[in-house]
Design a protein around this ligand. Sequence first.
Ligand SMILES: Cc1ncc(COP(=O)(O)O)c(C=O)c1O
Length: 412
Amino acid sequence: MITSSNTILDAARLRQDFPVLQQRVHDKPLVYLDNAATTQKPQAVIDRLMRYYSEENANIHRGVHALSVAATDAYDAARERVQHFINAADTREIVFVRGATEAINLVAATYGRSTIGAGDEVVISEMEHHSNIVPWQMLCEEKGARLRVVPITDSGDLQLDAYARLLGPRTRLVAVTHVSNALGTINPIEAIIRLAHDRGVPVLVDGAQAVAHMAVDVQALGCDFYAFSGHKVFGPTGVGVLYGRASLLEAMPPYQGGGDMIRSVTFERTLYADIPQKFEAGTPNIAGVVGLDAAIAYLSDVGLDRVAAYEHELLAYGTEALSRIDGLRLTGTAQRKAGILSFVIDDIHPHDIGTILDRDGVAIRAGHHCCQPLMARLGVPATARASLACYNTREDIDALVSSIRDAKAVFA
Ligand SMILES: Cc1ncc(COP(=O)(O)O)c(C=O)c1O
């Protein structure tokens, strides 16, 4: 428990809201430390999904009947909630998608295809998730454009000087992660955006690992696009958000064609709907959107500033505890970090660590974390990663440490 801004976050109480966390795994209490992969869902989200399917299920925007009106109202209210959650200027700037991956692909396929040509450059960083690499690579290949990569330091900080030097007359877009899923680095997004905007270059921020852990204000950041996934912010899978500056979204061609994204259709010509509907072809994940609404309501109630302060303290506790284990090396020791503890241990493969920890009921992730170029940069094939959420406690860290010591004993 910590006190911050005169408020207290009681994680032990918070975790009572999450049914999954109450169970035992391999006859041990579950210690869930794989939150960067996906977060658990509070009862409020589960109940909301139940209520939607039990009482409100209908297609949106099409019916005059009561259920359709209720479903449409719930869907529209969720858009408003998301707008306030990230402080967008307008609900029209919130596009519902499948997740961060689809949000980035949408921008690559529409903004990218219509503005980037042969010889142009897209700037990303060495710490990007594959979902913020591959769409740009595909675009560059199609257009004869060039992917430029900002290097990181050994501790996992983005090299801002090198970034500034990479920005040139052919730079058309910067796409960078807010928080690294593999290192925990919190990037200096404001500075990254300022340097790009000085040269008239728009910036997409991959916020998949940020929104559940800190207050995000897209207007204060000044970003042009911001992408995140519902399932990493205590909401359902299969739903996510693309924030886009209205003027950019308006100028972009549609992503997919179909129902709901049109104003009128004839065989000769289609007029597209206004934003954001222009980018939401077909029946969307209505239940997912409604569930995301409940998740954001829940998290906002807890309070992002309290979450950030609490996780900061827990990260410090975890960093200190892991640093005391002989032969364990933390990968990702940036100045500003969110709750990611990535590590390698002499002579033990991360997958073996993960398997032994699982026997103790401790759920972590082992692998390349969809960051193969980053692993190559770090000179490791994989890492073990414990990732925190606001329901984790010091007891979870203690269980992690004790289980790692067991793993070391097995391999000694
Ligand atoms: C930094 C980052 N970006 C993007 C993604 C992709 O998210 P999703 O698979 O939900 O689309 C992830 C998922 O792990 C991530 O960590």
